[in-house]
Design a binder for this molecule. Structure first.
Ligand code: ADP
Ligand code: MG
Length: 728
């Protein structure tokens, strides 16, 4: 009998819920472990505080003396809270976060010990960059990289370590991480959006991109998850027959949260709250053992950091509660996968959400300006946006039989669509007083009322306007939101700059009034970006055909989707917005392709191991049992045994057929892998893995799952779907 599966099951059935007490009101414990403005007020001199705030709100530099003061203050605060170490906390291109802890502890030359942490250590560190992906930047330049303090994201204490959010760049200044380009993109959109917002309010001096992510995940009992080599090594099940019951009864979504999961959530939320992550919503998702957590939205850079920190905290708290949390986009076949919707908007320093309609026609014109420009930006760069959410694991959602599709389209709802349709009819050049009144009263003036009724939500859309923000739904549950956020903010920045130029030209050269000029430019944008708007069923085959007619991209797999990164248009965009140089973009493409190759390669290896180490041996064992039985029957009944052993004989043959087909496919997959490995060009190698290796997985799985059905349950070695998904 397969020991691991059954001991895991009995272990999981013995679990007791860990009771979690609330340690205080959430508002009281909020950001307890964060060196935020309140702490700074306590610990910093006025000059130092102003300087840090300047860096946060107007991107000014912090000088070394001030950095020393800040470091001293941070150290004092951190030590008072029991911290012993500090680390620069950064986001290498591996997709997760990295940290190297150093003790505050130091020795003086005379051997006395003290706690030390100066401005130098706060501002900059030089971790060895050679073990992080660099896409060739490391070879062409220097092996050294350094991390540099990002004062816009406050330091925090995690465990007993003071974590200082930093960017990670090569010695020659190329970004080696996901944060540096994001900060550059946020800077670009700030400048561009502020300039446009000034048309409507001169007091606007800064615009922040905002991000509210919604994190989906699965919680699986730790012992059960660890009993599956595929979950352990790849984060998903490569095989597994679906359970008799899946999600068809819709009894999980918004259902009562299971007790153990609820304890985990309470614990997690308290930790997050102390770390300043404003967690707010928790609920069951559609699939069994699938859940979601969402915070209140924040400034995008902070929100990205908080999402990465959350994923880290989740893994640790899950472990404490004897769970394994799965962030993979498709851990189980046949039931829903997980995503991470990115709700995005722009907010001014005057407290206005630029994608929220207001109470006056002018405010609504402002809304329309940002709304239409965002649509136009996505229309121009839809393929690039798609590339920013591409990954081997997200391929199981985008373009597979899963939400949302790989085609980027925008849902705005029927009512806003009709507003846009009306605006398409605005006259060229100057507007008559009647037309202006009509626009003010009946088109622009009606927007807030429309939105109140605009409750229809199209869940099949990958990019939807939801009342006061856009929701990017294709982002993978495992992804670093920095990637789509970098692209989104960069394309909107580029678009807003072009818009302002056009409007100013109409005002200066054609003598149009500001609002006339804006209407004129928006009208053209609405016309030219029409193909990206789609309110229908994004999963239908008809849409795929229609999208092709509209010349929208439909890249179903990662290697194909990534190619657009280095198109002339993309390179020009990143360069002109100072977000990424050509060297940096090419390096990133290399890193992404490499990650893809490694991912499929690991899956291929694990799959062979499952087939030869687990599945075939158990099938043979069961088959032998049947053969013995048939031989016994023959001994007892003689010629009459044939009729009696009909069922056994059929199963013996079926098992044999599946085993030989499985062996053939597995060996062919391994051969394809060997061939792919011999290719040195990264692009071609990724394509080979995608087109020649990966397709075997489904075919192999078919036979494995059939064998799972044929073999006695007591002899099946791999923990089954019903156990993974229904033991709570
Ligand atoms: P849903 O129906 O998709 O769950 P919600 O209204 O609950 O929609 O919002 C989902 C997410 O959108 C939350 O994380 C929330 O913080 C975020 N959100 C709301 N307003 C904004 C905004 N202006 N900018 C960015 N995110 C926002
Ligand atoms: Mg949502």
């Amino acid at each position: 009998m397969p020991k691991l599966r059954f001991s895991a099951i009995s272990e999981s059935l013995k679990r007791q819920r860990i009771t979690i007490e609330e340690t205080g009101r959430r508002s009281e414990i909020f950001a307890q472990n964060v060196f935020n403005e309140d702490r700074m007020l306590q610990y910093l001199t006025k000059d130092a505080l102003e300087s840090v705030k300047g860096a946060v709100f107007s991107s000014s530099k912090i000088d070394r003396k001030i950095a020393d003061q800040v470091a001293e203050a941070m150290k004092g605060w951190a030590i008072s809270k029991g911290a012993t170490h500090y680390t620069h906390w950064f986001q290498p291109l591996t997709g997760s976060t990295a940290e190297k802890h150093d003790a505050f502890f130091d020795l003086l030359p005379d051997g006395r010990a003290l706690e030390k942490f100066g401005g130098g250590q706060l501002v900059q560190q030089e971790p060895d960059a050679s073990s992080f992906p660099s896409g060739g930047i490391r070879n062409t330049f220097e092996a050294r990289g350094y991390t540099a303090w990002d004062p816009t994201s406050p330091a925090f204490i995690y465990g007993t370590t003071l974590c200082i959010p930093t960017i990670f760049v090569s010695y020659t200044g190329e970004a080696l991480d996901n944060k540096a380009p994001l900060l550059r993109a946020l800077n670009a959109v700030d400048e561009a959006a502020t300039a446009v917002a000034k048309y409507f309010d001169k007091n606007v001096t800064k615009v922040n991109a905002t991000l509210g992510w919604e994190q989906e995940y699965f919680l699986i009992d730790k012992a059960l998850a660890h009993s599956r080599p595929d979950i352990l090594m790849t984060g998903r099940t490569l095989v597994g027959h679906s359970a008799a019951k899946g999600q068809q009864l819709d009894d999980h979504y918004f259902g009562v949260i299971p007790q153990r999961a609820l304890s985990f959530m309470s614990d997690l939320e308290q930790q997050c709250t102390k770390l300043g992550i404003p967690v707010k919503t928790r609920h069951n998702e559609v699939a069994p053992n699938q859940f979601e957590l969402a915070p209140v939205f924040e400034e995008a850079n902070l929100a990205v950091d908080h999402n990465l920190l959350l994923m880290d905290v989740m893994e640790k708290i899950a472990d404490k509660h004897h769970f394994k949390v799965l962030f993979h986009e498709k851990p189980f076949a046949g039931i829903n996968g997980s995503g991470k919707h990115n709700n995005w908007s722009l907010a001014t320093n005057t407290g206005v959400n630029l994608l929220s309609p207001g109470s006056t026609p002018m405010k609504n014109l402002q809304f329309l300006t940002f709304f239409v420009n965002s649509i136009k930006a996505v229309d121009t760069y839809e393929e690039l946006l798609r590339s920013s959410i591409a990954s081997a694991s997200n391929d199981h959602r985008l373009g597979a039989n899963e939400a949302p599709p790989a085609i980027i389209s925008i849902f705005v709802g029927t009512q806003l669509s009709s507003v846009l349709d009306e605006l398409e009819g605005v006259s060229q050049g100057k507007l008559s007083p009647e037309e202006k009144t009509e626009l003010k009263l009946n088109v622009v003036g009606k927007i807030p009322e429309i939105l109140l009724d605009n409750t229809d939500r199209n869940r099949t859309s990958p990019f939807a306007f939801t009342g006061n923000k856009f929701e990017i739904r294709g982002v993978g549950s495992k992804a670093n939101c920095a990637k789509p956020m970098t692209v989104m903010n960069t394309i909107v920045a580029k678009q807003l700059i072009a818009f302002k130029k056009e409007v100013d030209t109409l005002i200066d050269k054609k003598n149009l009034k500001k609002d006339e000029a804006i209407f004129n430019v928006l009208r053209e944008y609405i016309k030219t970006s029409k193909r990206i708007r789609f309110d229908g069923d994004g999963y239908s085959i008809d849409w795929e055909k229609e999208a092709q007619k509209r010349k929208l991209s439909n890249n179903k797999s990662t290697p194909g989707a990534l190619q657009v990164m280095t198109s002339t248009q993309s390179l020009e965009l990143f360069k002109s917005m100072n977000v990424l140089s050509e060297v940096e973009v090419r390096a990133r493409l290399e890193v992404e392709l490499d990650a893809y190759i490694l991912h499929i390669q690991i899956e291929g290896r694990v799959f062979s191991e499952l087939v030869y180490g687990y599945i075939i041996p158990s099938a043979v064992e069961y088959q032998n049992l049947l053969i013995k039985n048939v031989m016994g029957l023959k001994e007892v009944y003689g010629a009459a045994h044939k009729k009696l052993s009909y069922g056994q004989l059929t199963i013996i043959e079926e098992i044999a057929e599946h085993i030989s087909a499985l062996k053939k496919k597995t060996d062919a997959m391994t051969d394809a892998r060997k061939k792919a490995n011999a290719i040195s060009d990264t692009n071609k190698k990724a394509a080979a893995y995608c087109d020649n290796v990966k397709p075997y997985f489904e075919e192999m799985r078919y036979h494995c799952d059939k064998l799972e059905r044929l073999v006695a349950d007591s002899g099946w070695p791999l923990t089954k779907y019903q156990e993974l998904l229904f033991i709570k």
